[in-house]
Design a protein around this ligand. Structure first.
Ligand SMILES: [Zn+2]
Length: 398
């Protein structure tokens, strides 16, 4: 298909990221010649909210290459010239060509700059909401890039994010400066899927990481500033539980608005929920039970599975963190995060909670207590009303 996707070089980077995400949402496992569909009526609330917010801009950019999202029955298709629906093969080609922009450095994201702006936004949101914390220490929080030693055995460490509470910074793998050996390692280990993701897809998806992970790591820094002495289980619980609420609150900061284009936060939530749901469907009873106990005690019970020898322990830890970050988006009620929630969450985490916090009982407001098997509700399809709203926007363009 001769669609000149190189026109996209002129589109602001974050919109290209959104277009890549939209194209990846189509079902591409079917026969190459069949019409490619996005089964939108089975998608979750945050996915629909993402599209409702993002569609006007996305359609504008797609139009530059004579493409257009449209409804087809209960699904979404992508129309090319003469209003012919793209096939699976067409979409696969479009996706490959956009992803190659990342590999060939036609599009270069400044990942470190995104992470640094996000973490400074987090620091400011925390400072604004928690007058009882040391604001001078909070103001110093920043991002630094991991240093590469050249030793092969160091690759797993040099590709990790890490919070350094004593020094007030978070270190990150900056994929723009890391050697290929490191990028290869990261492509293999993304989401613990044990299958290698193509480099272009990885570089696109890593943008989302640079929004989410600083929101998690900054909580570890604050745990240090607040002189909390807990343990891994509690520290990881609190950072993972609160990160998505923190992300939402910084997306509303006026000076971060260029970073949060329409629907971006909702899109990140949608992906988080979908990854958590894949984990949920794979977990056995013992894993679900460990998760419930950890979640129900607000991280104050340990998870024996995390200390299992070999990679299994680390995988379970990462899965449980993914799960609670997803469920923390909407603990009991499907809604966009209310503006005032961030203060309540930060107070639960930090107010009058210093020293050995394992012995301090936590008071969690009822609307922040994650209900059992919450993930199953989060992936439910939305109401017909919300879906109709989306179809109306799609039809406007037809
Ligand atoms: Zn952590």
């Amino acid at each position: 298909m001769a669609i000149r996707m190189d026109v996209f070089k002129t589109v602001p980077d974050l919109y290209v990221y959104q277009v890549v995400s939209i194209l990846s949402s189509f079902d591409l496992k079917l026969d190459q010649n069949t019409v490619a569909l996005w089964k939108i009526s089975t998608e979750d609330f945050y996915c629909i909210k993402w599209l409702l917010a993002a569609l006007p801009s996305i359609q504008k950019y797609l139009k530059m290459v004579n493409l257009q999202l449209a409804s087809l029955g209960n699904d979404i298709c992508l129309l090319k010239e003469n209003k012919i629906a793209c096939t699976v093969e067409d979409i696969t080609q479009l996706l490959t060509s956009l992803e190659s922009f990342f590999v060939k450095k036609i599009i270069v994201f400044d990942y470190k700059a995104i992470a640094d702006r996000v973490i400074k936004g987090c620091a400011r949101a925390i400072e604004l909401n928690c007058s009882y914390l040391d604001s001078t220490a909070i103001a110093k929080i920043h991002i630094e890039a991991n240093v590469v030693s050249g030793a092969v055995e160091m690759i797993p460490y040099e590709t990790k994010w890490c919070a350094w509470p004593d020094y007030g910074f978070v270190s990150m793998p900056d994929v723009n400066t890391l050697p290929d050996s490191h990028i290869d390692f990261m492509c293999k280990n993304l989401h613990n899927q044990n299958k290698k993701v193509p480099k272009g897809r990885f570089l696109a998806q890593y943008i989302g990481t640079c929004y989410k992970t600083p929101c998690h790591e900054v909580i570890h820094i604050i745990q240090g500033i607040n002189k909390q002495r807990g343990n891994t289980f509690q520290a990881e619980h609190d950072a993972s539980y609160s990160m998505m609420t923190l992300l939402w609150s910084i997306s509303k900061l006026p000076d971060l608005s260029p970073l949060f284009i329409e629907g971006l936060c909702e899109m990140i939530y949608h992906y988080q929920i979908q990854s958590a749901n894949r984990i949920w469907n794979k977990w056995n009873q013992s894993e679900k039970l460990q998760y419930h106990q950890w979640k129900d005690t607000f991280g104050l019970t340990s998870c024996p599975g995390w200390t299992t020898e070999g990679p299994e322990g680390l995988i379970l830890e990462s899965q449980m963190k993914t799960m609670i970050a997803a469920e923390g988006i909407s603990p009991v009620k499907i809604e966009l995060i209310p503006e005032e929630r961030i203060k309540v969450v930060l107070d639960v985490l930090f107010k009058n909670r210093t020293g050995n916090i394992l012995s301090i009982p936590v008071n969690i407001p009822a609307d922040l207590k994650i209900e059992q098997n919450r993930i199953e509700k989060l992936v439910q399809p939305v109401s017909p009303d919300l879906l109709n709203e989306l179809f109306k926007i799609l039809q406007c363009n037809e």
